[in-house]
Ligand binder design. Structure first.
Ligand code: ATP
Ligand code: MG
Length: 631
């Protein structure tokens, strides 16, 4: 048995000893009495009785040994700024921030909603909340007012923290008017709004008596010191809403101690980031990846973390590689969407930089197609590790763990069940386990490991109903993702359970069809959805973005290309999976986190209402889809 398989097995069969060891990676103000309280399934309480604090573990405990080391490096290609904060400076900033919000009456258990661009103050605010034991809820900056308002009403924050504006590709997005509107729409608006005025919005107008100016308060609290509030391990650290790709967002609630331990341990075993090194995660603080691996994870590990504000292609497609080279990043974390964007650019941009510091590139968030995986792997010449997780889990479910055993990457697979996860692959609702090579729904036998959501904010019943009711008679957490395992134990994700379509009695994952179509050399991106069909039940329909548009510029060449794509599907999956049509567009509808809005695509294809689109990246994509469907 391999070293990793052993490690994983121990995490399940010798759970208490395993996690006691991992828990030593963080500081405890008071040691825990019990590793796990699972007396009320599926609610798990990790490290019962222990007291700790995320901010202490991310900052204070490093001061003695690495006070002068950069903790946070802010790089903005939007404002052309680069600013580095040592651990000591970060400590000062966060204390100041904590004093400012404490003066507004924010304390233990109070919610604070953040609607922030990628600026250092976003991280300061999160860490300041953690210091005070307040529960932050970061809402992706730039979300529509209505999305922000529903999250306000769910979390009922005492304070909202925002900035005058965010920037994207040189274009300003004025946040304050969006916040004003959200507060107008909300039933439970916060009393105060703390604004970091960047001076971008020239028409910025504070609401008297409600809006507070950060710069002014920062002067008042310049040298403030705020003691850490020690929390019981299972007290909430934050709420974060899921992307909403498949419906109404759920308020994922995270604990404190379990989360800190999970992150600390993943930094070691999965990401292989060493104290003093640099981690570059290209996500946004509005997403779970930003929480875990821009802010808390790397700081808990004593690393330097990079907070990047800007696009991957501005000033040119070499910018991320320049950052890696300049800061000698050893760990990089990005998304398949971003890599596909870069893949369309000239590869010469990558060759320009010395990327030899990099040990691994991790990707997550959506399926990583094999051609993209190969491309980036060949270009970087370091292991590119696809790993799979959810907002709900806070850290990976499936991954390779190069810290335990060198990575043997298999294209198209996010690897093995991560330690702590008792992962099952279930054939059907009866809960029967799938054998190797048989498709099934990925489920986790509870208790969920440390770091995972502890409940849905304010709604324990919804937690159980949503996640633990997929397999009647069995208490199992459903990921709502569909997968298959090969003989070596590598798991492949086939798509979301609601993306599995039924073609004349055959169950086919739309992801599998997409993967097949990606093999065609002229395909940049593709989305496949199932459309109701009177004869066959459902039929796959493909929307494709081509690399070279000159190959589809006449009706004849377009038809030829469509035929070729269908032939690829026939040869890889069989004619049963062949799309009824391949429609060409130049843009696919995605969420701002880069996830395909399949549900909306399918609705449009069936002539229905596309649903809640407040999280869409570019509404123009919908017009294209409508146009293509008319043809
Ligand atoms: P909602 O749950 O509100 O519909 P969402 O599922 O898109 O939104 P996230 O938690 O951000 O919200 O995304 C998790 C999902 O993303 C997973 O369940 C899976 O479908 C997909 N995913 C994440 N990583 C991978 C990966 N490496 N390969 C394939 N799919 C992935
Ligand atoms: Mg989800």
């Amino acid at each position: 048995m391999g070293a990793y398989a052993d490690f994983h097995r121990r995490s399940i069969t010798d759970r208490d000893a395993f996690w006691t060891e991992e828990a030593r990676r963080i500081d405890w103000h008071r040691p825990f009495d019990r590793v796990l309280d699972y007396s009320n399934p599926p609610f798990a309480k990790w490290f019962v009785g222990g007291q700790t604090n995320l901010c202490h573990n991310a900052i204070d405990r490093h001061l003695a040994t690495r006070g002068e080391q950069p903790a946070l490096v802010y790089i903005s290609t939007e404002t052309n700024t680069e600013k580095s904060y040592t651990y000591r400076e970060l400590h000062t900033e966060v204390n100041r921030f904590a004093a400012i919000i404490a003066a507004q009456g924010v304390g233990r258990g109070d919610r604070v909603l953040l609607y922030m661009p990628m600026i250092p103050e976003a991280a300061f605010a999160m860490l300041a909340c953690a210091r005070l034991g307040a529960v932050h809820s970061v809402v992706f900056g730039g979300f529509a007012s209505a999305s922000c308002a529903t999250r306000i009403d769910d979390a009922r924050p005492k304070l909202l923290i925002t900035a005058d504006a965010g920037l994207r590709g040189g274009r300003a997005i004025h946040y304050k008017p969006l916040v004003d509107e959200a507060i107008r729409l909300a039933k439970y608006p916060p009393q105060k709004v703390l604004v970091v005025n960047r001076g971008i919005d020239k028409d910025f107008k504070p609401v008297p008596g409600r809006d507070l100016d950060y710069a002014e308060l920062a002067r008042q609290h310049a040298t403030a010191q705020v003691p850490v509030t020690w929390l019981e391990s299972s007290e909430p650290s934050y709420i974060l809403y899921t992307s909403g790709t498949t419906g109404k967002p759920k308020g994922v609630q995270r604990d404190t101690g379990g989360y800190a331990v999970a992150l600390a341990s993943s930094m070691e075993h999965i990401y292989c980031g060493k104290p003093g090194e640099t981690m570059f995660t290209t996500s946004d603080v509005g997403w779970v990846v930003g929480h875990s691996y821009i802010v808390y994870g790397p700081l808990i590990q004593g690393m330097t973390t990079i907070l990047y504000e800007g696009l991957p292609t501005r000033p040119d497609a070499g910018i991320w590689w320049k950052i890696v080279a300049d800061h000698k990043a050893t760990v990089m974390f990005s998304s398949p969407t971003a890599i596909r964007v870069l893949k369309k650019q000239d590869p010469a941009y990558m060759a320009k930089y010395d990327l030899s510091s990099l040990r691994h590139l991790f990707l997550a968030g959506e399926p990583l197609d094999e051609p993209t995986h190969r491309w980036i792997h060949d270009a970087l010449k370091v292991p590119v590790i696809d790993h799979y997780w959810q907002t709900e889990t806070g850290w990976p479910i499936l991954s390779l763990a190069p810290g335990i055993e060198p990575a043997r990457v298999k294209y198209g697979s996010p690897g093995f069940p991560v330690y702590g996860y008792d992962l099952r692959l279930l054939r059907g609702p009866d809960g029967a386990e799938a054998t190797d090579q048989e498709k099934g729904v990925l489920a986790i036998a509870p208790p969920l490991p440390p770091g995972c959501m502890t409940t849905v904010w304010g709604d324990d019943e919804r937690f159980v109903k949503t996640y633990f009711s997929d397999f009647p008679g069995k208490l199992l957490y459903s990921t709502f993702d569909w997968g298959v395992r090969d003989q070596e134990g590598y798991t492949f994700i086939l798509g979301r359970t609601d993306d599995v379509i039924n073609v004349a009695g055959h169950r086919i994952g739309t992801r599998e069809i997409e993967e097949a179509i990606q093999a065609h050399s002229n395909i940049a991106e593709v989305a496949v959805v199932g459309v109701a069909d009177p004869l066959k039940g459902q039929m796959p329909l493909a929307f494709a973005v081509v690399k070279d548009a000159s190959k589809i510029d006449t009706d004849a060449s377009r038809a030829q290309q469509e035929k070729e794509i269908m032939a690829v599907v026939d040869s890889q999956l069989g004619a049963i999976a062949r799309p009824s049509r391949v429609l060409f567009v130049t843009l696919l509808p995605k969420t701002r986190s880069g996830k395909l809005l399949r549900r909306s695509l399918q609705a449009l294809a069936e002539g229905r209402d596309p649903g809640d689109l407040t999280t869409i990246e570019d509404p123009a994509a919908l017009e294209q889809i409508r146009g293509a469907l008319k043809s």
